[in-house]
Design a protein around this ligand. Sequence first.
Ligand code: FMN
Ligand code: MN
Length: 487
Amino acid sequence: MAYTDLREFIRALEEKGELKRIPFEVDPVLEITEFADRAVKRGGPALLFEKPKGSSVPVLINAFASMRRMGIALEVASVDEVARRISEFLEVRMPQGLIGKLKMLPKLAEMGSFFPREVSGGPCKEVIRRDGFSLYDFPILHCWPADGGRFITLPMVFSRNPDTGKRNCGMYRMQVYDQRTTGMHWQTHKQGAEHYRRMQALGRTTRMEVAVAIGADPAAMYSAILPLPPDLDEMMIAGFLRSKPVEMVKCETLDLEVPAQAEIVLEGYVELGELRREGPFGDHTGYYSLEDDYPVFHVQAVTRRRDAIYPATVVGKPPMEDYWMGYATERIFLPLLRLVLPELVDYHMPAEGVFHNLVFVSIRKRYPGQAFKVMHLLWGQGLMMLAKVLVVVDEDVDVQNPAEAWWAALNNIDPERDTIFTPGPADALDHASRLPCLGSKMGIDGTRKLPAEGFTRPWPARIEMSKEVREKVDRIWKELGIEGTKE
Ligand SMILES: Cc1cc2nc3c(=O)[nH]c(=O)nc-3n(C[C@H](O)[C@H](O)[C@H](O)COP(=O)(O)O)c2cc1C
Ligand SMILES: [Mn+2]
């Protein structure tokens, strides 16, 4: 059964021994970060700070910070199950004949359950404040010493595409400037920024309505980070993930809807053209992202649960919580990428590559130049456009193991022949690119080279022991009692 809200998820984490309550006072300024960082790096549990200093609202952190907890969040034993479900849906085609069509009915009914359902009220309206509120009521974290201030780090930011009327939900950090003003750090490649540009171009209004939900059922929260195509509603995907519609409720002061089960909702607007210094912020690259100008979010109303829980995350030197959220996304998108890349066997973005810096790709190579075709296609797919280094290897290489992927690729390249460089968009957080958001990409063809690619010498085989010898030694190995530290 789908979790109704954040607290049901918290209960599930606790029942499975995946949550630790911290009953004493801890300061949201720096101290919570130190707990969260140590916990995630040691594979520790999610943390619920019951007495954050200066607020009566508890802080939940690291709730998504392992594959186990991602599985609990999405109610699957392994997130690969989600990928399998997606594959099944992709195979759904209208079959011939009545019997075939009847067999389709349950699938179609299931599809109907993905769409968000509008409801007239919900727990996020238990308290409604149009004035007399302050963001400082909440235990918003100041994460790292040189950060520009406190940042809301796990918000679901809702806006509407003014041309199509479609809703978007993205996770963009928000720097708190004062009691009712924050930054709005939607980077230029993201949908929030696109909606903003379109509003400006239309010139119909001076304000863009924005609603921010903090804390909801875990599938809805997680959906905010999915790199979906524009105009594909994250809340519909959340409905798919939880096999139950997300209940959405109208905002009090905006023509936008938010999850009715949210913990906290900030209603407000971004004044078109108004920019303010944002940052610095200790970012998921492991470096401070530099100050830059971003739009400003003005909060005009706060609605919330009476006993709201404030979920947050801390990013920093990887791996941190966002690595696990991103890794789940990597797994879930595999079948979707295969739609446009049939030769794709697997891909992986290791933690040290911070998503966009390094992508390993294994393919079934069948024709000359195929590795380069794969690179160009990936650089043309949504946020994969930001991938800085792409390494393509053959199907027999396990890209989930970066050491193995590097080993194969480095053996197989003649660097000058097998690398390409191309200009393209760079991640907004890339501090090394020649210009903000513009840089170059490197593609490394680590596949075995074919005669048709001009490689006429024999290609050596990988070393492997014969099956008989392995089996023979298997039989006596245990008795010998030779146990190394690795198996
Ligand atoms: C913890 C966390 C914080 C994030 N912060 C930002 C941010 O400040 N700005 C941004 O543009 N993307 C940020 N992202 C990434 C976006 O949420 C992600 O790219 C998402 O796909 C954007 O949604 P959109 O495609 O609907 O715009 C963050 C992701 C996570 C997991
Ligand atoms: Mn989106």
